[in-house]
Design a protein around this ligand. Structure first.
Ligand code: ZN
Ligand code: MN
Length: 456
């Protein structure tokens, strides 16, 4: 088909294990001095032999492969993938044959899931290498070129991140994903863009690459098969090298690593502990709490958030809590660019806040203010409300009436506008009452009195 876009991925993510893939060195490379978590094995000293493959890593890869609906392979071997770069002391990277094949996620076929070891970190400017990361287990997921647009690519990666999150097998700090994207248009040569480390980066790189390739095709030029780099700060891709072919890597089975047999018992053990997928969680929320799909989807988007919701729903009306979490809690988290876990908000504080709103101790409006102040705050919502003088709802309607009259007298222009037919001016007046009372009255009561006075 003319202009048909085909996009496929190779996605790398670090597995959350204590030790490296073939040795007992710690995988903590972030808060350690350079080259402090290394040994003969992970720095490829002459004669050093790898230990048996890390079981935790193997279990992590199988868990994720199962969650992606893959068929699990019963025998896995490790291959040596050769290339020369200072971050790779052996001169080859150990990479496994598929752990799982033929999965599916969000309508995209998963070709395979396998294990490999992360290289170290090389700084081309100083020439220094830090081998702490060398040998950290990675999972690699290879998709079919089933994706047709940058938007779909973004959606797929978001779904995959949710799977990682729910699996509890990948590192939680974030920023460890590395994506290689391949893209072809109109059956021309496939171009690969290497080492993109965010979903936004993937989206921008694809947008740019599609434009670049379409321009070449329009001018009657051929697309070269090549590998390109994404230059994040300029949002463009640049040629790196002509595409290497599999034979360039001189893959050979690693004679130092014994073939791994996956037994039925091992698989059964993993199956028993297999986490729900985000999709399953979404369905469960819809059924158990009678939530609409869009609400269930937002709550299931983060494992921790779904867990929190189910806890909160034990104490507060489930539908009320769901909408509140979807609209208000999510708003505050997104504004601060935090996950629920990072927000430091305690479940019992959330329950307390929602109860205060339900019991009409505070208005919904005040509730929205309080949740904003709950990020990384040890104080309870009640303490926060007290501290800011937000606690009491003004329920004495005489007081409300008096304030409404004040506002009417102070905002003659808005009143005129309203009387001359601009009905939306009433919202401005409600806003003024809210400002005076710091949101401690119910909008319905304000509206009642406003209507009464404005009719005269
Ligand atoms: Zn080591
Ligand atoms: Mn790889």
């Amino acid at each position: 088909m003319l202009d048909e876009i085909k996009i496929g991925f190779e996605i790398h993510e670090q597995l959350a294990t204590r030790t490296k893939l073939f040795c007992n060195c710690s995988t903590n490379y972030r808060d350690s001095d350079p080259n402090s978590n290394i040994c003969e094995i992970c720095t490829g000293q002459p004669g050093a032999k790898p230990m048996a493959v890390n079981r935790e890593a193997l279990e992590g890869a199988i868990t994720i492969a199962m969650m992606l609906g893959c068929e699990i392979k019963r025998e896995i071997i490790f291959l040596r993938k050769h290339y020369d770069y200072p971050d790779l002391p052996n001169g080859y990277q150990r990479t496994s044959t598929p752990v799982g094949v033929n999965g599916e996620l969000a309508g995209v076929k998963i070709w395979e899931v396998h294990l490999e070891e992360d290289p170290g970190k090389y700084d081309p400017i100083t020439g220094k290498v830090d081998y702490n990361r060398c040998g950290v287990p990675l999972i690699e997921i290879v998709t079919a070129p089933d994706i047709r647009s940058p938007e779909q690519a973004r959606e797929f990666l978001r779904e995959l991140m949710k799977i990682f999150d729910y699996s509890n097998k990948t590192r939680k700090e974030g920023g460890t994903m590395r994506v290689d994207v391949n893209i072809s248009i109109s059956n021309q040569a496939r171009v690969e863009i290497k080492n993109i480390n965010s979903i936004k980066g993937v989206y921008k790189a694809l947008k740019y690459e599609i434009m670049r390739q379409k321009n070449l095709i329009k001018r009657g030029l051929k697309i070269r098969r090549e590998t390109r780099a994404f230059i994040e700060d300029q949002m463009i891709t640049k040629p790196m090298r002509l595409k290497e072919y599999a034979e360039d890597y001189r893959y050979i089975p690693d004679p130092d690593v014994l073939p791994i047999k996956i037994t039925e018992e091992f698989l059964e053990k993993i199956k028993k502990k297999l986490p729900e997928t985000p999709k399953e969680k979404e369905k469960k929320l819809m059924l158990k709490y009678n939530l609409p799909e869009d609400v269930a989807r937002v709550i299931a988007s983060e494992y921790e958030l779904a867990k929190v919701y189910e806890e909160v729903a034990k104490h507060v009306d489930a539908r009320f809590a769901a909408y509140w979490i979807k609209d208000e809690l999510k708003r505050v988290l997104e504004y601060n660019d935090l996950t629920f876990t990072q927000s430091g908000i305690k479940v019992e504080h959330l329950v307390e806040l929602l109860k205060m709103i339900r019991n009409e101790e505070i208005t919904a409006k005040v509730g929205k203010k309080i949740i904003e102040k709950m990020i990384n705050n040890k104080k309870s919502p009640r303490e926060i409300a007290k501290e800011h003088g937000l606690l009491n709802v003004i329920s004495d309607e005489n007081i409300v009436q008096k304030i409404v009259l004040e506002v009417i007298n102070e905002h003659k222009k808005a009143v005129q506008d309203y009387l001359s037919g601009k009905k939306e001016a009433v919202n401005y007046l409600i806003g003024q009452v809210m400002k005076k009372t710091r949101g401690r009255v119910k909008p319905q009561i304000v509206l009642k009195y406003l209507n009464q006075y404005l009719k005269r």
